[in-house]
Design a protein around this ligand. Structure first.
Ligand SMILES: Nc1nc2c(ncn2[C@@H]2O[C@H](COP(=O)(O)OP(=O)(O)OP(=O)(O)O)[C@@H](O)[C@H]2O)c(=O)[nH]1
Ligand SMILES: [Mg+2]
Ligand SMILES: [Zn+2]
Length: 212
């Protein structure tokens, strides 16, 4: 779900909510003033007894403020955003799990500095199920939906069934996933090679130590 904070600072929060909803059909979007619990009805429904929820977002958006208001006490430090560029100051520096009076658990997370997706084929297939279903009708099974003839996905964009921006996002995440998964695999294999190297060096040292 998407939580839009700081509605008290905007005259036009409905248009932001509308834009957020357009990202994905069926997506839940709640708008709050993180300092005012009376605006939390939609949010609290998500954080019931027995559920665990994590807050993710840029620094300064109000994650810790939301937590404090839900917890009815100042468990987490919050920080004013910077005057010059209106960015947060990375006030929260580590992840922490908090128990709420209502019984739910809330994880407050440091503001995102960069976002990388890796090994998320399953998630992409769920979120972009409309595109992946359409892709089954492409003429080529390895269609990249870029400029191929007989591409059912591009046809669906042309006819307005799939928003062009949605296809752009899908292709962007797909490429990012390929890149990040490849670099993750490389990092792991480098890690394994290093571990093997250390093990061999240790064994050698032991052999020397025992006079062999
Ligand atoms: N007016 C208003 N101010 C808010 C709201 N939410 C947060 N703030 C203010 O925004 C500033 C940043 O809030 P934080 O809760 O520290 O933000 P954060 O997302 O936890 O930031 P990091 O810990 O740096 O990732 C604080 O000064 C809050 O008081 C809101 O809904 N309305
Ligand atoms: Mg914080
Ligand atoms: Zn295609």
């Amino acid at each position: 779900m998407i939580v839009l904070t700081k509605i008290d600072l905007s005259d036009d929060s409905d248009s932001y909510a509308e834009r957020a909803r357009s990202v994905q059909p069926g997506l839940s979007v709640e708008s709050v003033n993180a300092l005012d619990r009376s605006t939390f009805d939609g949010v609290t429904a998500w954080i019931e007894r027995g559920s665990t929820v994590a807050l993710v977002g840029s620094s300064g958006v109000g994650k810790s403020t939301l937590l404090n208001t839900l917890a009815e006490t100042n468990i987490a430090a919050t920080g004013e955003i910077r005057d010059d560029d209106k960015k947060g100051r990375h006030t929260t520096s580590h992840r922490a799990l908090h128990r709420l009076p209502g019984g739910g658990l809330l994880i407050d997370v440091p503001g995102i500095r960069e976002l990388k997706v890796a090994e998320v084929e399953g998630a992409l297939a769920t979120v972009f199920d409309d595109i992946e279903a359409m892709a089954l009708n492409c003429r080529f099974t390895d269609c990249l939906h870029e400029a191929e003839p007989g591409c059912a996905v591009l046809n669906a964009v042309d006819s307005g069934d799939i928003p062009a921006r949605r296809l752009q996002n899908y292709l962007k995440l797909l490429r990012e996933n390929e890149r990040n998964s490849a670099s993750l695999a490389e990092k792991r294999s480098r890690g394994r090679a290093f571990a093997k190297h250390v093990k061999q060096a240790k064994a050698q040292k032991q052999d020397q130590g025992s006079g062999n």
